[in-house]
Design a protein around this ligand. Structure first.
Ligand code: C2E
Ligand code: MG
Ligand code: MG
Length: 574
């Protein structure tokens, strides 16, 4: 309802008084286009609700109630008030004045003392302060960029809905929405593009919602939606629809920026005891949606409950573990197939938490999730490069392979960190290989290429990990500053059960060689597989049969012996 009607509303039961106010207003220059009058509160309330005036002059005593009861009524009907209200009283009485202001009146005037100038001044002042207050209220509760509800108001509404849901078992749903790789858009195209993207997201959200739903921007690229009175099935349908609606190609300068959301859905009734716990459910579902490959929604379910608890524990323990350097590094040899000598060593992170080994993939997820990438990588780069430097004293040609995380192309700091650690040592950059998985690379091929080029220009070797699982074209590969392909271990591990694997390995190896790339066979668990890798023409091999990952602080030759699993295959290149 807009209040820009430029109408003044006078509520007064005494016609002589109304006439008096009208005459006074005639004496001054005011902006009102119309002046409406009413003699009862009921009539005034109805008409003002339909078309809110710019200001209202309200007599203190009316036939159907006092000004206080009118103010009270407006407060219950309109959360943010309807318009500024100036009460006109018969006599000056400070106590009454204070009460009126407390009930929401903007100002008050004494009938007998009224003159035209004073009346106009009070009206203008009331309108100005009322509008200012509304702006301030808006700023406190709404996001200035998108005009969506902000976190404060959102939490308030969520609490109300959660309490009502608990009392009356009314179903509702909460969605957490995150724009995939928003940071990358900001970094690569600038904040203007980021802002434009956030606004488009907000518009799409509003276009897909009912008026009783709430859409909020919680901060950064985090959005949320509250859907009252909705069944679980319908909430799923809505989430699915929203993923499609928020998958956009935004026109930007001469091209497009493609964006997509990840959405986490939590439905009430749930086992959550508090609204905070309920929020964690939506948050965890969002985390799952992102891990499942982004651009999709995921709903919280029972199976996630135990996992949430474990992950919460891990997530809160991680910063301290990192600070106290309690993560460990395992090293696994990569063998030159023609000589069976160790060519390089891959560093693989390890963490034992309460007697359980946490998978490296989960560690990296948590590191990224908790934005600990900088300290984690500083620790990883310094320790592994120091270890390489120690080993190079007995094996000068040894190289080190480091895995880089999925967000490599969105984290400008990461590569600089590696380069700066390298610059502080005497290690030849050619002896460092970074491994980037194919799947992650293909999500942002152009950006990844650019970042990898910085490393390659410095002399660092580039290897594409888990090759065969992503969808890179050979044409793209040829354009990359890449030196090695690591054929995904599954191809070798299933070699005997899947006939097509041999053809795939053969094709990858032949094409790679034509492009001048070396090939590493992963997952060599038996002597037969090593034999097969040799016959396929793979240049290097890695696997449990050649040496499992070992946590070690030993001399290089001792490490080689320790990491050797079977036979006398492994020869240290000393
Ligand atoms: P990846 O880079 O492909 O590493 C090889 C994985 O294969 C390692 O698992 C290794 O233990 C396993 N492996 C080696 N030989 C064999 C074999 O013969 N048979 C079988 N079944 N497995 C074998 P791990 O250590 O669990 O690491 C899993 C993944 O986690 C790595 O795959 C890598 O993508 C990631 N990762 C590990 N450490 C780091 C790290 O420091 N940073 C990043 N970003 N990712 C890491
Ligand atoms: Mg690797
Ligand atoms: Mg691999």
């Amino acid at each position: 309802m807009s209040s820009n009607s430029k109408t003044l509303f006078i509520v007064e039961d005494n016609p002589a008084d109304t006439l008096h106010y009208l005459r006074l207003l005639d004496e001054v220059k005011h902006d009102f286009k119309t002046i409406e009058t009413s003699t009862t509160l009921a009539d005034a309330c109805e008409r003002m609700s339909q078309q809110p005036p710019l200001c209202c002059l309200l007599d203190y005593n009316l036939p159907d109630g006092s000004a206080l009861s009118f103010l009270e009524l407006l407060k219950t009907k309109f959360e943010n008030g309807l318009c500024p209200i100036i009460v006109i009283t018969g006599q000056e009485d400070t106590e009454t004045a204070v009460k009126l202001m407390q009930h929401g009146a903007q100002d008050y005037l004494v009938k007998q003392k009224l003159d035209a100038e004073q009346l106009l001044r009070v009206i203008q002042h009331s309108i100005q302060t009322w509008q200012l207050q509304r702006q301030l209220n808006h700023l406190a509760l709404y996001d200035p960029l998108t005009s969506l509800v902000n976190r404060t108001l959102f939490i308030d509404r969520l609490i109300q809905m959660f309490e009502a849901g608990k009392r009356n078992l009314r179903p509702f749903a909460l969605l957490y929405i995150d724009i995939d790789y928003f940071k990358a858009v900001n970094d690569n195209y600038g904040h203007e593009a980021g802002d434009c993207m956030l606004k488009s997201m907000a518009e799409q959200l509003l276009a897909n919602m009912r008026s009783t739903d709430t859409a909020a921007r919680l901060g950064g690229d985090e959005f949320s939606v509250l859907l009252p009175d909705i069944s679980e099935a319908k909430a799923h349908h809505f989430s699915h629809k929203l993923v499609q609606a928020l998958t956009l190609d935004l026109p930007w300068k001469d091209g497009f920026i493609s964006i997509a959301p990840s959405i986490g859905l939590a439905c009430y009734p749930s086992r959550a005891d508090s609204y905070q716990e309920f929020m964690r459910e939506a948050d965890f579902a969002l985390y799952r949606a992102k891990n499942n490959g982004r651009g999709q929604y995921s709903a919280f379910n029972k199976a996630m409950e135990t996992e949430t608890r474990q992950l919460t524990q891990l997530s809160s323990a991680l910063p301290k573990v990192l600070l106290n350097q309690r993560l460990q590094i395992a090293y696994q040899p990569i063998i030159d197939v023609s000589t069976l000598a160790v060519d390089s060593i891959e560093a693989l992170v390890r963490w034992k938490f309460k007697q359980n080994w946490i998978s490296p993939e989960k560690i990296i997820e948590l590191v990224l999730e908790r934005r600990l990438s900088e300290s984690f990588h500083q620790w990883l780069f310094e320790n592994t490069i120091q270890q390489l430097s120690d080993w190079q004293r007995s094996a000068p040609d040894l190289s080190l392979a480091l895995n880089l995380p999925a967000n490599i192309c969105h984290d400008a700091k990461l590569l600089n960190q590696l380069l700066s650690v390298l610059k502080d040592t005497s290690i030849d950059p050619q002896k460092i290989t970074v491994e980037v998985t194919e799947t992650h690379m293909m999500q942002y091929p152009d950006e990844t290429k650019l970042r990898l080029k910085t490393l390659a220009d410095f002399g660092v070797q580039i290897s594409i990990d888990d090759f065969g699982t992503g969808y890179s074209s050979m044409q793209y590969l040829a354009s990359l500053p890449c030196d090695t392909l690591k054929i995904d271990r599954q191809f070798f591990m299933d070699l005997n059960t899947n006939e097509r694997n041999a053809q795939i390995i053969e094709a990858i190896t032949a094409l790679s060689h034509r492009l001048g790339l070396k090939v590493i066979a992963e997952g060599i668990e038996t002597a037969e597989l090593l034999q097969a890798a040799t016959e396929f023409g793979c240049d290097y091999a890695q696997g449990y049969w050649l040496g499992a990952p070992v946590i070690t602080q030993q001399e290089f030759s001792a490490f080689c012996v320790e990491s050797k699993r079977q036979g006398d295959r492994l020869i240290a290149k000393v």
